[in-house]
Write a protein that binds this ligand. Structure first.
Ligand code: ZN
Length: 107
């Protein structure tokens, strides 16, 4: 975590949680700030979102049910799919046309 003003990592906890937001202060420049609410999504909510995603429910529906913003959910999904290795079928197909292409690539 860095100060949004001077980018210092010298951040101290500056008080309790109000409306679900944790307050912080920068020791270097004195700037006070709260974490973005999007950083406060609990792991339970993320697990629930993961389950709902498997049900092929529209993102807008999931966002309403779980209580997160559609914007955050879209970013979450994008990040999630980026981190999943792409599954590539490397088994050679026994089709004449494709076989010829593969031979061409190898030569
Ligand atoms: Zn600062």
């Amino acid at each position: 975590m860095n100060c949004p003003t001077c980018n210092s990592e010298n951040i101290i906890n500056n008080g309790g949680i109000h409306n679900g937001k944790q307050k912080y202060a920068c020791k270097d420049c004195g700037r006070q700030f709260v974490l973005e609410p999007t950083n406060c999504i609990s792991q339970e909510k993320k697990d629930l979102i993961d389950k709902l995603l498997l049900e092929k429910i529209l993102l807008a529906g999931i966002a309403r049910v779980v209580g997160v913003s559609e914007c955050w959910l879209q970013k979450y999904v994008n990040k999630k799919y980026d981190s999943v290795p792409k599954i590539i079928d490397i088994k050679p197909k026994k089709k004449g046309k494709l076989f010829n292409v593969m031979r061409y690539d190898l030569s």
